[in-house]
Write a protein that binds this ligand. Structure first.
Ligand code: NI
Length: 257
């Protein structure tokens, strides 16, 4: 159930039985010569919506732009600075908390989001603690306490094992065959077949966008996305949804019962 395809009375009814919401978050950045620029947002959105359907949980609009400073030397990439992403996450959580949501489950498709989103969670906890301290009579539905979790679909336990079994060293760290496979399963008409050169190995941590491109001239980090198939994507999506279902169920235990 997508928030965008509901009405406000339907959301009120939903909140009578559940206060959890899934928020897909990704990035809009280059994914090598054959990977779609939307890969990280499309994978998180597709898996997040599947998870929402499987569990009857509401799914918020996807945060499609993330922290991708290091990809900005490649045409078409868009980035938030970390401080912007922190505020975007903060504003979405606080908006929804105001209506009574109190469990926010972020299904993430992009490694660069992990640090700023974690920082955003700390900002939210700090802010709500201050607000709770000042709360008086007539307070709205804002909960005194909220729970936020970032769950990377790509490093859930079964998914990690499958990525390793399917691709081994060729999985790499960016424009990976696993994430490209998921996009090709979700959008079969978007498969690409461009020639790929040698794989640039991962030797050291990159700095900014110029350094990233120096290290990884075609955008891939140690990955061979020519191994991608829609069939692999289907298996990875099924595993991600199953892993995330368990993660979400554990997450719902957080808080007073
Ligand atoms: Ni990616």
């Amino acid at each position: 159930m997508q928030l965008q395809l509901t009405t406000w009375p339907e959301v009120e009814t939903y909140l009578e039985s559940s206060r959890g919401i899934i928020v897909p978050i990704g990035s809009t950045e280059q994914h090598g010569p054959t990977g779609l620029i939307g890969t990280d947002a499309l994978t998180a959105e597709f898996i997040g919506r599947r998870l929402g359907e499987a569990m009857g949980v509401l799914v918020a609009p996807t945060i499609s732009v993330g922290m991708a400073q290091h990809h900005m030397d490649f045409t078409g990439s868009i980035t938030f600075r970390p401080s912007t992403l922190i505020m975007v996450v903060r504003d979405i959580v606080v908006s929804l908390a105001r209506h009574g949501f109190d469990h926010f489950f972020f299904v993430n498709g992009h490694g660069g989001n992990i640090a700023p989103v974690s920082a955003a969670f700390s900002e939210i906890h700090a802010e709500l603690a201050e607000a709770a301290a000042m709360r008086g009579p007539g307070a709205n539905k804002m909960p005194a306490e909220v729970f936020c979790q970032l769950a990377n679909w790509f490093d859930q336990p079964t998914v990690s094992k499958m990525r390793d079994e399917m691709y081994g060293d060729k999985e790499g760290a960016h424009a990976t065959p696993s994430e490209v496979s998921v996009t090709w399963y979700a959008y079969p008409e978007q498969q690409r077949d461009a020639p790929l050169g040698d794989i640039a190995p991962i030797e050291r941590a990159f700095q900014g966008a110029t350094d990233y491109r120096r290290l990884y001239p075609d955008g891939r980090m140690g990955a061979d996305p020519s191994l991608s198939t829609p069939e692999d994507g289907e298996k990875l999506v099924a595993a991600a949804v199953e892993d995330l279902r368990k993660t979400y169920q554990r997450f719902l235990q957080a808080g007073p019962t």
